[in-house]
Design a protein around this ligand. Structure first.
Ligand code: NDP
Length: 510
């Protein structure tokens, strides 16, 4: 195949070489010292043993042995890119956030898309929610909006997160994905039903990362002037249009090009450099006043629920554009770390129980995967000067020089910014008995019912039932029956269709 017929991803090395060939120097050790030989060890005679003195060989082998870091326990396989967010509509009445300060304001961003359950090398075209996380490099620090391609999620309580994930990953004995585990958990926790219906609908297998919407999913808070609080949702809609893969096509692609979505994103951005058409999304919020929140028929802080568009219309805010591929995948994407607790002034958390769990667990996983100083890695670094009392640890690049490492001190602090009092959330009155409250039975079916009856047309319904049946037929009978009962509670028609389809399906025992 001639060079110009190959896609930009395939041409990457040729292009790099053309650009850099005049500046390529000589090979060195990690210490920058010239190395006399790259392709041979030092031996005693032509066919004799290797000498211990060959430290260049040992450096290479030792480094190679340490080249992998733990893969993410979820969202291991992904793709990422860089670009900018631009404000197109003023929402400064809701928030003092500098990101939304004025129309035309641009903030640099990084984005990572991912699949949830598979391991690092797994196929991109599987039925799985997609992670869709945004990192805003703001002048007020890093804001991470760690979203998905769905506005809802599988559970309300973070204690169930590891349970859910384990049920979707490998069986500890067989080391295989296990459909009994998968459906056992989901059918025993019916608050997952809304998300399961999205997952098995047409949108459960997006055609690449560019053709899907994104959602901050949780309820967040916006803090305006005088500490005025508004609850909010963040939504980003694709400007490329929604495109999905049908399950057969997706399976075929998984065999031919497991990196389909990664390749598509890379090529779209490289091609965009010529056409000036880059992947982009329009950014919206939905808002709810604290007073309105008290009077909803559903819990606005329950992540298994959406806020209906009719009552809480989308408010246009801006757009974001991805116009730069990573300079190096490992440095920029494997090492990128998003944390829902990275919230900048004017944007805050909410009593959403799952969000509360995520506020502490993400930093913890990054410390395990990347080390205590992961926020000093270039891709995670804030534009702001970091001034605090944390020091040392592995890979401490910015160790804050001679500044005091304790507080209070007589050497200039640093002390808290007195302006912070103007943007912290207003005081919240909270009352209640400290106890265990399982929210598993909190209205699990009303919104899935609306999804079935109002959103899906006849084709959408029958494809949803088909996709569910194709998965359920791989489970044991009692788990399958329990799952059908759950879907019957969404709508008896849905349950009947599923029951009939499973009765005529040949149940496979893979
Ligand atoms: P609307 O009737 O105003 O709009 C329906 C929404 O569903 C649209 O956002 C549409 O996306 C989206 N949609 C269409 N097909 C699918 C699919 N297969 N999987 C996931 N989403 C899909 O929504 P309401 O606000 O009145 O809510 C009705 C129901 O719609 C909800 O119970 C929920 O199940 C679903 N929904 C609601 C969302 C919300 O934030 N309110 C968001 C997504 C779904 P698009 O705009 O691209 O056409």
């Amino acid at each position: 195949m001639s060079n110009n017929k190959r896609d930009p991803a395939s041409r990457q090395l040729e292009e790099w070489y053309e650009k850099n060939k005049s500046q390529i120097g000589y090979v060195t050790s990690e210490a920058g010292v010239a190395v006399p030989y790259a392709d041979s060890s030092i031996t005693v005679g032509k066919y004799g043993p290797i000498v211990l003195e060959d430290f260049n060989l040992f450096e290479q082998l030792a480094h190679f042995n340490r080249e992998r870091i733990p893969e993410r326990v979820v969202h291991a396989k992904g793709a990422g890119a860089f670009g900018y967010f631009e404000v197109t509509h003023d929402i400064s009445k809701y928030t003092v956030s500098k990101v939304f300060e004025y129309v035309g304001k641009k903030t640099n961003i990084a984005v990572r898309f991912s699949q949830v359950a598979g391991n690092l090398g797994s196929a991109d075209t599987v039925r799985d929610p997609r992670g869709f996380a945004l990192k805003f490099y703001t002048e007020e620090g890093i804001w991470d909006l760690v979203g998905n391609n769905t506005p809802i999620f599988f559970m309300r309580d973070p204690i169930l997160f590891p349970m859910f994930i384990k049920s979707q990953k490998r069986n500890p004995v067989t080391n295989l994905r296990d459909w009994d585990m998968f459906w056992d958990y989901l059918s025993l926790r019916p608050e997952s039903t809304h998300q399961v219906m999205f997952l098995f609908s047409d949108r459960g297998i997006p055609d690449g990362h560019r053709h899907q919407h994104g959602f901050g999913s949780h309820t967040f808070s916006l803090i305006g002037k005088d500490r005025k609080l508004t609850w909010c949702k963040f939504i980003y809609k694709t400007n490329q249009g929604i495109k999905n893969l049908d399950p057969d096509k997706a399976q075929e692609i998984a065999g031919k090009d497991p990196d389909y979505a990664l390749r598509d994103l890379y090529n779209a951005i490289e091609n965009g450099k010529k056409t000036k058409e880059f992947p982009s999304w329009t950014f919206y919020i939905q808002v709810m006043t604290p007073e309105e929140a008290k009077h909803q028929s559903f819990n606005p802080f329950d992540i298994t629920k959406v806020w209906p568009h009719e009552d809480f219309p989308l408010i246009k805010v801006g757009k974001f554009v991805l116009n730069q591929n990573p300079g190096n995948y490992f440095a920029d994407i494997e090492q990128i770390a998003f944390s829902p607790n990275n919230l900048t002034p004017g944007i805050g958390a909410s009593p959403d129980r799952l969000l509360q769990g995520r506020l502490i667990s993400y930093q913890d996983t990054h410390r395990y995967r990347l080390g205590a100083n992961y926020e000093q890695l270039v891709v995670n670094t804030t534009l702001n000067k970091v001034s605090n009392f944390q020091r040392d640890g592995r890979d401490a690049v910015n160790n804050q020089g001679g500044a005091p490492n304790y507080h209070p001190n007589s050497f200039g602090g640093p002390d808290p910014d007195p302006n912070a009092m103007s943007w912290i959330p207003p005081p919240a009155k909270v009352e209640g008995d400290v106890d265990y409250y399982d929210l598993g039975e909190d209205d699990n079916y009303s919104q899935p019912r609306v999804f079935w009856n109002k959103v899906l047309d006849e084709g959408g319904k029958s494809r949803l039932v088909d996709n569910l049946a194709n998965s359920l037929k791989m489970t044991s009978e009692r788990i399958r029956n329990r799952a059908v009962e759950v879907f019957s509670k969404v709508d008896p028609d849905m349950g009947d269709r599923l029951r009939n389809m499973l009765a005529t399906e040949i149940v496979v025992n893979l």
